[in-house]
Design a protein around this ligand. Structure first.
Ligand code: ADP
Length: 407
């Protein structure tokens, strides 16, 4: 028997009931796997059950435990807390029921127990110590914790889905608006064109407006199509040797009318770049998006610079503007689908939040990187590095995992 207990008093011959009680207690303690303990007023052990020894002092004998305290088995923090609880019970006589506490040991992993402790009274009712039972609830607490973590994760996912749903609604609104504006203009100018009173000079001007708006529509539809294709993983890029400076220059010229309208100084420069394997249409689309953003987010009279250069093994494309800049908190999100910063929505700057997602995907398809460096209120620089040598695969498989980074 491993129970730690003081020598029980010899049962008085004329008190068989007391003898029976002691025998029952002895049996209970020596077999019970529950962690039962009796302590004196100074919280020194008087008796402990077999379960207590197995849990807290394996391999030790009952004699080792008697007279010792929690400080001999648990960490100082845990033993002090237990001591205070027991002193409170002795002071008040009030039990402590089902207290879940973390048991910390010096040399074993922490565990959770649910403890119930009560005052230990002698025959006259005087409190002579405490007794209690502690149940290991580590598995239950861990399961509850795992459930809580899971619930929290689900909550976060739910919130994200709600956010995405909201963004999609907003996106549909934006796309409808982006489609309606040029369409309304086209319809209006077609009417004017058909009007007999329209002069030839005016007709040319109207045709130009119609063409510009049709191109805007086409670009939007192409963006949408491109994105739906990349999302289903079927986008195919055809890499052919091309002159990056040439592509960049025409992208700049395409944006020049809009820059001039805003009196923005649009500058292009390039150092000699070797031809490299790219999908010229896609690179033009990428640059178109970046330059159009730079012009869009730069107030009248600002400057936008497009540079083409090289660094070892890589071609470098840079689009720098003196515009509104990007708040630090937004920089990680600007490449996300549908993301538009507060300034874009507040100032009703046209857009759908797709341009940079497309840019990121095109760069990924070329095995390159795109980074942004920005100073809020002073401007931004988008920097793209493209490998000068062809990388074997040309199919874009998982563009969602594209390589966009903040500088
Ligand atoms: P859109 O331009 O249609 O809003 P984009 O995906 O091209 O969508 O850009 C996402 C967001 O990134 C923009 O709404 C804007 O807040 C920010 N952004 C992109 N380019 C610039 C820039 N050059 N200057 C400041 N903010 C920019």
């Amino acid at each position: 028997m491993v129970t730690a207990r003081p020598q029980p008093e010899e049962p008085r011959e004329n008190d068989p009931q007391r003898g029976l009680e002691l025998t029952c207690m002895s049996n209970l303690l020596s077999t019970s796997q529950e962690r039962v303990y009796f302590k004196d007023r100074l919280s020194r052990f008087l008796l402990v059950s077999e379960g207590w020894i197995a849990a807290y002092a394996p391999g030790r004998t009952a004699g080792d435990v008697i007279g010792k305290t929690d400080f001999d088995f648990f960490s100082e923090r845990h033993a002090s807390a237990a001591f205070e609880d027991e002193q409170e019970i002795i002071r008040t006589g009030e039990p402590l029921v089902g207290k879940v506490e973390l048991e910390t040991y010096s040399h074993s992993p922490d565990a959770w127990v649910s403890s119930t402790k009560m005052a230990l009274r002698d025959d006259s009712g005087e409190i002579i110590g405490t007794f209690g039972i502690s149940r290991d609830v580590t598995a239950q607490i861990r399961a509850e914790q795992a459930l809580l973590d899971q619930a929290q994760q689900l909550g976060v996912q739910n919130e994200r889905l709600r956010e995405l749903d909201g963004m999609k609604d907003e996106f549909i609104g934006l796309v409808s608006h982006e489609l309606r504006t040029p369409l309304t203009s086209i319809i209006g100018y077609v009417k004017l064109l058909r009007d007999e009173r329209t002069s030839e000079a005016n007709a040319d001007q109207y045709a130009e407006v119609i063409q510009r708006n049709s191109q805007r529509l086409l670009r939007l539809v192409e963006d949408l199509l491109f994105l739906s294709q990349t999302h289903s993983g079927t986008m195919h890029v055809e890499l052919r040797s091309a002159d990056l400076a040439e592509i960049a220059q025409s992208a700049v010229e395409e944006m020049r009318p809009e820059a001039e309208r805003k009196h923005i100084d649009l500058v292009f420069s390039s150092v000699c770049t070797p031809s490299l394997p790219v999908d010229a249409t896609r690179i033009a689309q990428l640059l178109g998006n970046l330059i159009s953003n730079a012009v869009k987010f730069t107030p009248n009279g600002g400057k936008v610079e497009v540079k083409v250069g090289t660094e070892p093994g890589k071609a470098v494309l840079e689009v720098t503007d003196t515009g509104v800049g990007i708040p630090a908190g937004d920089r990680d999100r600007i490449f996300d689908r549908f993301f538009r910063s507060a300034i874009a929505t507040q100032q009703v700057i046209p857009g759908t939040g797709l341009g940079l997602t497309i840019a990121k995907n095109i760069v990924a398809a070329h095995h390159g990187t795109i980074t942004v460096d920005s100073d809020e209120g002073r401007g931004s620089t988008f920097r793209i590095l493209l490998p000068l040598k062809q990388v074997p695969t040309t199919d874009v498989q998982d563009l969602a995992a594209g390589q966009a980074h903040r500088a």
